[in-house]
Design a protein around this ligand. Structure first.
Ligand code: 2F8
Ligand code: CA
Length: 264
């Protein structure tokens, strides 16, 4: 607040009074007395204007400050909003990248599983081929001959049909089954009489192969099977090698060479 003395001095400066000392004295008295009005109505108005001006200045300053503060806060707020939006975009990018990476990882997992399955298949196939190769090497070393998917072996001794068959079975094979012209032609290269895996021991006249199948394609020699002299000719051999049709029925107890077949 402005003191009375200060107001007086201000009044003197702007209003140019002649009797300054007298007024100063009067003013001091008014200050000292307190109860006595120190200024005239013009002075009051003047004071009011000055005080109002001061208040306006203060108000102006406050408005300036608040305006600047508002602008400052608004700018800060805008910066924060931009930063927040930037962070949001960055976060969205990260999430998007993470989703892409997750998809890539899952795809790689699927490919890996497929590759593993393929490798397992190849490994199994490889083992199978190795076993087959070992088996082929084994039969070739034992003197077997390969023809059209089977190995064949001619015996070096003669035996009845049943013993001949047993020998083949002990070698993991059976007596030869002929079911094509090619096989029939192949069988005729051996010039001895040889047992094959065909018989009608179970039912007379019903010719059956050793794998249980019925005879369909046959290569009987002319006049065969004849159950010659009613001697129970229940087993079949290759007898007439010079003929395409070379088969003959003969008693199973007869001893002949034999031919084993191992299907591969
Ligand atoms: O040993 C039995 C055998 O004898 C002859 O063949 C050599 C008979 N052939 C003919 O009679 C034409 C076979 O039928 C017989 O099995
Ligand atoms: Ca016969």
């Amino acid at each position: 607040m402005v003191s009375l003395e200060e107001e007086l001095e201000l009044s003197m400066t702007y209003e140019n009074f002649e009797d300054v000392p007298a007024r100063k004295a009067a003013s001091r008295r008014s200050v000292e007395d307190f109860n006595v009005p120190a200024a005239a109505p013009g002075m009051k108005m003047y004071r009011l204007v000055v005080v109002s001006f001061g208040l306006l200045c203060i108000l102006q300053a406050a408005l300036n400050i608040s305006l600047r503060l508002t602008l400052y806060l608004e700018a800060g707020c805008n910066n924060l909003t931009e930063e927040r939006d930037d962070l949001k975009r960055t976060l969205e990018n990260y999430v998007s990248q993470q989703n892409s990476l997750t998809e890539e990882r899952d795809e790689m997992k699927r490919i890996n599983l497929d590759l593993e399955a393929g490798r397992n298949l190849l490994t199994e196939e490889n083992h199978g081929l190795k076993r087959t190769l070992e088996e082929y090497a084994h039969y070739l070393q034992q003197g077997w001959v390969y023809f059209s998917g089977s190995f064949y072996r001619i015996s070096s001794t003669m035996k009845p049909w049943q013993d001949s068959r047993r020998d083949c079975q002990q070698r993991g094979a059976d007596l030869m089954i002929i079911n094509s012209q090619e096989e029939q032609d192949f069988s005729r290269q051996y010039k001895n009489i040889i047992w094959i895996g065909l018989m009608d021991r179970d039912t007379e006249g019903e010719w059956t192969w050793v794998d249980g199948t019925q005879l369909t394609t046959s290569f009987w020699h002319s006049g065969e099977p004849n159950n010659y002299d009613k001697r129970n000719e229940d087993c079949v051999n290759i007898n007439h090698h010079d003929h395409t049709n070379s088969w003959n029925d003969a008693p199973c107890e007869n001893e002949y060479f034999w031919i084993c077949e191992k299907k591969m």
